[in-house]
Design a protein around this ligand. Structure first.
Ligand code: AMP
Length: 370
């Protein structure tokens, strides 16, 4: 990868954020604390990030004129959403520095390209094979075995665009239902737990990792994160080293998240396999807002502003609980829980599966009473 553009913002300068969800909202709030302004670009008029910035651009990502005007208004551009079309990122990059480099999106937008990249670095992943037809799926199953997970190569998130295939299932039916021409088949990983590493990298190559986080999912959506992960220190060190290697290989500037599986081995040891790279701040790093001296959002802003990264210190054991769908209705109860910090994203309808807010709790949790 080419050397990242040198950016040195001053307080009062403006950061352009592509994407208007809760990640953009929390990035803008972190920037504001550092005296920086943000302008958010999002096609959705109800974007939660619009509420916290003075200037917003509500336009489609393919709207060339809107992209140009947006670029003219800002000093550096970043994203909270990794599926920004490559052509839009190119238009922006011709006018302003885009960090992390837009070419990184080409690696992380496609599960096959991403897994090939991780494998080339000598880092373990689940066994995988490219699939582009029903016959191809049968051949991949013969190679990888069952159970296995079939995933669309692009635009999958929170378990969307994927299906588990078990012995006895009809691969042709599953292929048709997935409704894509490009997928990968992954061996099903019998993991002991799922972890993630949130790493920040500056343009001069400094990397700072937050403590490894352990993640619990429910219906494929992150439900609870705990830091530090309850894993041996040697394994945590291995996980951080993997995130650092990936960040360096991408010549990354900003915060990225690497999701991993911890897999028990026959000899009683465990190993770490990479599942996915998110080229952005990540839900599993929300605990850093209240649980550490510097949040993932501030680290990202510092990195893309060309400012020194912080050395984050965790304040104690931290638990982050997502409020998903109508769970947000319990916000008033959470407000009364001693030690809990409530974050609400100001979103419209609490549709099932929609991330509406989260709660962080620092310190040992009291025993459950209900
Ligand atoms: P992904 O969209 O790849 O992050 O997958 C969403 C969730 O599905 C993961 O967090 C895991 O809980 C589960 N999952 C994904 N891939 C695999 C796999 N190869 N083996 C076992 N579970 C998986």
């Amino acid at each position: 990868m080419t050397a990242p553009t040198q950016v040195k913002l001053k307080p009062g300068d403006t950061i352009g954020i592509l994407g208007g969800g809760q990640l953009g909202r929390m990035l803008a709030m972190a920037a504001s604390r550092l005296g920086l302004r943000c302008q958010v670009f999002s096609p959705d008029p109800d974007s939660p990030a619009f509420d916290v910035v003075l200037n917003a651009t509500c336009a489609e990502y393919a709207d060339v004129e809107a992209l140009e005007l947006f670029a003219n208004d800002v000093d550096v551009i970043t994203y909270e959403f990794e599926n920004v079309p490559a052509a839009s990122a190119m238009i922006l990059a011709a006018r302003r520095p885009v960090l992390p480099d837009r070419k990184i999106l080409e690696t992380t937008q496609d599960r096959l390209v991403e897994k090939d990249f991780v494998t080339r670095l000598g880092i373990g992943t689940a066994d995988y094979a490219e699939v582009s037809s029903g016959a191809g799926l049968r051949a991949a199953i013969a190679r990888i075995g069952l159970p296995a997970v079939l995933k669309t190569r692009r635009f999958g998130y929170d378990g969307k665009g994927q299906a588990i295939i078990r012995a006895g299932d009809d691969p042709d039916r599953i292929w048709k239902e997935l409704g894509t021409k490009s997928a990968i088949l992954e061996a099903f990983v019998p993991f002991a737990c799922e972890i993630s590493v949130i790493a920040a990298r500056s343009a001069d190559g400094q990397v700072e990792c937050f403590d490894v986080t352990e993640n619990e999912h429910s219906d494929h959506i992150l439900k609870i994160s705990r830091a530090p992960a309850a894993i041996p220190e040697a394994l945590a060190e291995q996980a951080r080293a993997i995130a650092q290697k990936i960040a360096n290989a991408l010549n990354y500037v900003g915060v990225l998240a690497v999701e991993m599986f911890v897999v028990p081995q026959a000899d009683g040891e465990a190993k770490v396999l990479v599942n996915e790279i998110a080229p952005r701040v990540h839900n599993s790093g929300h605990w850093t807002l209240d649980g550490a001296s510097i949040s993932q959002f501030e680290q990202h802003i510092r990195a893309i502003a060309g400012w020194p990264l912080g050395k984050p210190v965790r304040h104690g054991p931290v638990t982050m609980t997502n409020l998903i769908g109508n769970e947000v209705d319990s916000y008033a109860e959470w407000l009364t829980v001693p030690g809990a910090t409530v974050h609400l994203y100001g979103k419209g309808p609490a549709r099932p599966g929609r991330k509406m807010g989260h709660v962080t709790q620092v310190g040992a949790l009291p025993p459950k009473t209900a």
